[in-house]
Write a protein that binds this ligand. Sequence first.
Ligand SMILES: Nc1ncnc2c1ncn2[C@@H]1O[C@H](COP(=O)(O)OP(=O)(O)O)[C@@H](O)[C@H]1O
Ligand SMILES: [Mg+2]
Length: 271
Amino acid sequence: MSTEPHTHTGAVELAAGEVPAIRFEHVVKRYGDNTVLDGLNFTVRKGDRVTLIGPSGSGKTTILRLVMTLEDSTDGYILIDGNPLTHVEKDGKRVAIKDKRRAEMRKRIGMVFQQFNLFPNMTVLENIIEAPVHVLGRSKPDAIKRAHELLEQVGLPDKADAHPTSLSGGQQQRVAIARCLAMDPEIMLLDEVTSALDPEVVGEVLGILRDIAENTDVTMLIVTHEMQFARDVSNRVLMFDKGRIVEEGPPAEIFDNPQEQRTKDFLSAVA
Ligand SMILES: Nc1ncnc2c1ncn2[C@@H]1O[C@H](COP(=O)(O)OP(=O)(O)O)[C@@H](O)[C@H]1O
Ligand SMILES: [Mg+2]
């Protein structure tokens, strides 16, 4: 076993030769004068389910958007499966990787958003097959077959031809999950996927995600205020404040025996 360099929190013990799914190395993100992440280090092992908690504005969404390459980091490096996601260090300089390579990296990662983000002008089926056909180059019949399987899996077998706007929020989110899975992502990013839903449909969406967690080895990075879900599904919880990890550990430790005052305050505020 070796402890990785540079890290104080966010580090994990890696077996010899083990390559983590996600690694943040001194990642900086600024919006103008606002430094959101200031040299963030953390490591996520393959198959880990890591929940990010922390007050609004602490940088959780920014972290997910960086992994999804929807935002560019200001400095530092993000490695996916040991490969640079957007930038690489060359002769001591930070150099952007080629767009083509970046697109390749991005294919391995899927994200589900709070606001579903389905294409409103496409049917459910078209939403699900769009990326597999156009990004992965799958044949249309194969993509359609898989889309139907996924719709079955998320409990919407009869909605293939529906338009997203005719669906409830819970149904739209289930389609968004199916669309994400259609890319066979190695990493799934879930950003408060139940926060925009009516309370009575939160359970059905969480049930599908529990199912995926139980039956696949996809690495998950989860932002949620559903603490019971986080407790059940994740094996690690990272508590953020102002872009820094203030506490981390297995869910039972963080939720039942938090050490930091900021964690205690946050947990009592969301309970
Ligand atoms: N597109 C943006 N432009 C400017 N500031 C942003 C943008 N996105 C996020 N921020 C700022 O980054 C900080 C972290 O936000 P965010 O990552 O959304 O936090 P969280 O998801 O934990 O609530 C906040 O101060 C927010 O105002
Ligand atoms: Mg957020």
